[in-house]
Design a protein around this ligand. Structure first.
Ligand code: ZN
Length: 389
């Protein structure tokens, strides 16, 4: 750290989906930040991994896993319950879904990422959306301290940028201006555009390289502007997970219906892109579902012990009584989360090397092993700034 906080600024830059594997194909920021290492992610999507980065805790501790869960109290979709007996053609269409999402978001005063996805209308009133607050604001994860809370309480001046306020280009521009104006000591930047890009272009080497150049150039420009101003930068760049190329699609829904499972009457289910989750209120149905997918070679049931080890076991089963995870590279398609099949997907088992996240820095001091460790790095940097102020 410099002689005083006035000499040094700290950048925490989180690039969604910039995995360890694609870094092996590109000299990404090597000239300014040569220290880098591979980091294990958590099972789940960004809805689990980013809260883990922000809190340093596993999903079972901070409570965030997949976007949809069984409502513990009142569901934001409670008001659609009386309409569940309407003919499907009235309710299962894009227009009705848009109205449901908009009204439910307003009713629940949600500031976060909100959608009912493809959950059948008849079950919607039992579901909840786990991210109702803007997690990049203080108090964003109720019941759990985030690094944003920590920065606020530490009294260091900081700025936070996220997709709530603009595109990656706009956010980097804003950060550049703020840095030039000496606006703060700590800058936390969350960039989501790489994730959307890699979902479409995963495996397209030259296009991915161009996109990485764009991020590297923008970050380097901000970095150099600070150095030219006579200050130093402690740069920490990390990701939440990688991106696995999709090589196969599997129609799990057909498999279940072929085995006589009625997905509206027998159980409630959520078909995420890489995992299927089931809530089974009736005795006997659990073993029928288990048996139906036991024969499926495209994935496997996750036993409770493994869910515990992975930090995604919830005793109240709000995220499902039974979890079926696809093997890396196989997408559940169709699923309830998207109308198109992407070229890349994340949310497979963390043992899959494509899932690994990355850590990059110009500081040699830390060697994080897991995305849970990024919180400790950020906390340490904030503590160091506080000591000087
Ligand atoms: Zn994604």
């Amino acid at each position: 750290m410099g002689a005083s906080p006035g000499d040094t600024v700290v950048f925490f830059i989180l690039i969604d989906a910039l995995g360890w594997n694609i870094l092996q194909t590109h000299p990404f920021l090597e000239s300014i930040a040569p220290h880098r290492c591979c980091n294990r992610t958590v099972l789940g999507f960004s809805s689990a991994a980013i809260p883990t980065i922000l809190t340093g805790k596993l999903p079972s501790e901070h409570g965030r896993w997949n976007l949809l869960s069984l409502a513990q109290g009142r569901s934001p979709f409670f008001w659609v319950k009386p309409f569940r007996f309407l003919p499907r053609s009235f309710v299962e269409n894009r227009g009705a879904r848009k109205v449901v999402n908009t009204v439910s978001k307003i009713i629940s005063r949600s500031e976060g990422y909100f959608s009912s996805y493809g959950v059948p209308f008849c079950h919607l009133h039992r579901f909840d959306v786990c991210e109702k607050k803007n997690i990049y604001k203080p108090g964003g994860i109720p019941g759990c301290e985030t690094i944003i809370d920590y920065m606020r309480d530490a009294g260091v001046s900081y700025r936070v940028y996220s997709y709530h306020d603009g595109t990656d280009e706009e956010l980097l521009d804003r950060m550049g201006h703020d840095v030039a104006a000496n606006d703060a000591y700590v800058y936390f930047q969350y960039l989501s555009g790489m994730d959307a890009f890699l979902h479409q272009k995963c495996g397209m080497t030259s296009e991915v390289a161009k996109k990485m150049d764009w991020y590297a150039d923008n970050i380097t420009n901000i970095y150099r502007a600070v150095i030219e101003n006579g200050k130093s930068v402690r740069l920490f760049l990390f990701s939440d997970h990688g991106m696995t190329p999709i090589v196969n699609h599997y129609d799990l829904i057909s498999d279940l219906t072929t085995h006589g499972i009625d997905l509206e009457r027998d159980c409630m289910a959520a078909f995420d892109s890489t995992m299927a989750r089931f809530w089974v209120p009736q005795m006997g149905v659990e073993s029928r579902i288990r048996l139906a997918l036991e024969r499926c070679t495209a994935g496997r049931w996750l036993p409770e012990e493994e869910l515990r080890e992975l930090g995604v076991h919830f005793p109240d089963h709000r995220y499902g009584d039974m979890i079926f995870l696809m093997h890396p590279g196989t997408l559940i398609f169709p699923n309830w989360f998207g109308r198109y099949a992407p070229a890349g997907m994340h949310g497979f088992h963390p043992d899959d090397s494509h899932s690994d996240a990355a850590y990059i820095s110009n500081v040699e001091q830390y060697s994080p092993k897991s995305i849970c460790d990024f919180f400790g790095v950020m906390k340490n940097e904030i503590d160091a700034l506080r000591r000087y102020s």
